[in-house]
Design a protein around this ligand. Sequence first.
Ligand code: NAP
Length: 487
Amino acid sequence: MAATHSMQTQLFINGQYVDSKSGETWKVTNPATDELITDKVQTAGEADIDAAVDAAAKAFKDASWRGIKAADRAKMMLKFADLIEAKAGEIARFETIAMGAPLSVQTFVAHSAADVFRYYAGWADKIAGEQYPDDDGTYKIVRYEPLGVCAGIGAWNASLILFAWKVAPALAAGNTFIFKTSEKSPLGVLSLGSLIKEAGFPPGVVNLVTGDGKTGQLLAQHMKIQKISFTGSGATGRKVADAANKSNMKRCTLELGGKSPAIVFEDADIENALNYCSQGFLLLSGQVCAAASRTYVQKSIADKFIAQLKERFDAAGQGMGADTLAPTTMLGPLADKIQFDRVMSYIESGKKEASLVTGGKRIGEKGQFIAPTIFKDPSENAKIYKEEIFGPVGIVKTFETEEEAIRLANDTTYGLSATLYTQSVTRALRVSAALESGTVSVNSSHSPSVQTPFGGVKQSGIGRECGKQGLMNYLEPKTIHINMKVG
Ligand code: NAP
């Protein structure tokens, strides 16, 4: 019988689980039940981060990693993917009990993380360079080389996929890695240490640390880390970028928040639009960076659409409060009390800034559940309209013309993900081109694909993850010129 995949609260450094030198620990509480899961999760302090960096730096130069064929790196990644898949349910459970997203959703996320390792394993031995002829007497070569020690900092909403989006391309490119989970969701990623070892990665190639913002800051400012990929809020992203610049000008990718629009035109397949604007938006209880939290409906269909949207939000709310470990549960609580309070404070200000269509209250007495909430017609300066809420709170507004819809959709400092609903292909293409957004989805919510770049414009970020662009972020071009007139 396969061994049980056990809960880990230690750091994973240099191929083994170790106690943090800082000696600090913190608690993880299940936000669905308010029960204590563990009070032993270990915080990585400065000495721990230095140990992880030293291990990763040594591994980067070691023949067991640097000296092997790219195809052998790929083999380890493929084995790791199989191991994640084999334990997906158990890994997912650690995420569910820590941050509340239902097991059904987290199991899907765990399988997706395995697929990301498979996708990038395929790239490992296909990293080519370029050459240009010596028509001017110089033969020119461009090589793409790994950067060295890379680090990743994740948000809590989908730790396993954020881990995979960062670590898989970095390894395919030949780098070594230190990943920090959020303190809200450390358990799933920490449990991967034993699988990293079993997959055959040499010690130090992948290191897992946990801790709060101070731990993240230690990574962002470290002089021996060559690249940092950050996923989280804009406010923290700025701090990470500042620390990266002020230290050693490490390369920096920022995957930040959004306030994404969904535009529903009168010619849309209305059932389909309603599904995505309700269940699609409410996935992870609205705690998704790409969630379309501003819905614009064309006036001619608005009254009926909003009434039906309300019905669907209310129906979704009926399922809230159910056991998050039950396979049929689709919606969970907010990630913790802090996130609950944050979302409730937006709801309270929303009640003064807009008209409440439905929701606006907690569900149950236990756990951090908030009813799916819709606000209608906020003013264009309202806080709930401008700021990312990151909870089950949608805003609905109406528009009359395509131009107005585009203006409203673009009137934001964010630009992560836009969606539009129409049956006209030409309109879909025209509006997609006009939207200021890193991704646009037509007739569905945006669901990132590992094959295509994901990331934002404006204040939603810098750089892209996934696809070939995600790989190139972990490579540095080196130009070699050879004077052909000599020798
Ligand atoms: P956050 O508060 O910015 O935290 C993100 C990560 O940064 C956490 O691991 C956090 O640690 C760490 N951190 C905090 N202060 C830091 C500092 N000074 N230096 C370095 N790291 C620091 O964001 P969050 O609340 O976890 O996540 C929600 C946000 O993430 C939303 O804005 C959402 O849109 C965004 N997000 C974006 C994407 C994307 O791909 N674009 C995906 C998912 C989420 P602790 O949590 O342990 O304090």
